[in-house]
Design a protein around this ligand. Structure first.
Ligand code: SAH
Length: 227
């Protein structure tokens, strides 16, 4: 993956040096896939935040994005992305078809668009999704379809990767069924006090392998939409 000069232009807190420091931090925390580290270094996280918070964009923190939601912490974005692409270490676009629940500001969506030929992202808060859509359009991302809907309502489509950025109390059966065989689902599972990042792999038509990865804290998976 080459450095994109336009993406890397930035002063002070958004400079390449600041981004390199974040990558060092992610490496220390255990992220090892070079493709993920390079993509994180080259992704302009500051563009997904309001101006007042943009100077903190390359700290390893979740930050508010309005509507009581947050942009995910870079480490978690890296970890979830790494889980989904880890089976195919040689390919630059290892995923065919990815589903994301909880577009938020679109930062994780942007990362997924690098590694998947096609991404579908669902968000229940319309103004958040409109903003994310504009940012990705300005970044010339053209492999993402945006759906304004409750991510609990899924069609019959199957995906080789699914990521939820909002936490259900348990792994939803309908989400598991949206995985193609060999596909992976990564999501936080739990309540407002305790959540575990969980990886589910579909082994066959009715066999699923579930692995608990680490404790996390995400917003809850809610029902209905807000326009
Ligand atoms: N990766 C995003 C995370 C945003 S927080 C980012 O970095 O910006 C999680 C998002 O999930 C919120 O925007 C919230 O509105 C959304 N969400 C919660 N429940 C949902 C549901 N049922 N369907 C779709 N989106 C949902």
């Amino acid at each position: 993956m080459s450095l994109d000069k336009d993406n890397l232009q930035g002063q002070g807190m958004t400079s390449l040096r600041t981004r390199q420091r974040l990558i060092e931090r992610l490496t220390e925390k255990g992220i090892s896939d070079v493709r993920v580290l390079e993509a994180m270094r080259d992704s302009p996280r500051h563009l997904f935040l309001d101006e007042a918070l943009a100077t903190r964009a390359y700290e390893d923190l979740s930050l508010p994005i309005g509507y009581q939601q947050t942009i995910s912490q870079p480490y978690i974005v890296a970890r979830m992305t790494e889980c989904l692409i880890s089976d195919d270490r040689l390919s630059e676009t290892p995923l065919e078809n990815t589903l994301e629940i909880g577009t938020g500001c679109g930062y994780q969506t942007y990362l997924l668009s690098i590694f998947s030929k096609k991404v579908t992202t669902i968000e229940r808060i319309e103004p958040l999704q409109i903003k994310a859509k504009n940012i990705l359009k300005n970044l010339k991302v053209n492999n993402v379809s945006f759906k304004f809907d409750d991510g609990n309502n899924l069609g019959q489509q199957q995906y080789d990767a699914i990521l939820s950025a909002a936490a259900p109390f348990e792994v939803p059966q309908n989400l598991k069924e949206r995985l193609s065989i060999g596909g992976k689902l990564v999501l936080p599972v739990g309540n407002n006090e305790q959540q575990v990042l969980t990886l589910v792999k579909r082994i066959s038509e009715d066999e699923f392998l579930e692995e608990k990865l680490e404790e996390v804290m995400f917003v809850p998976l809610l029902k209905g939409v807000v326009s």
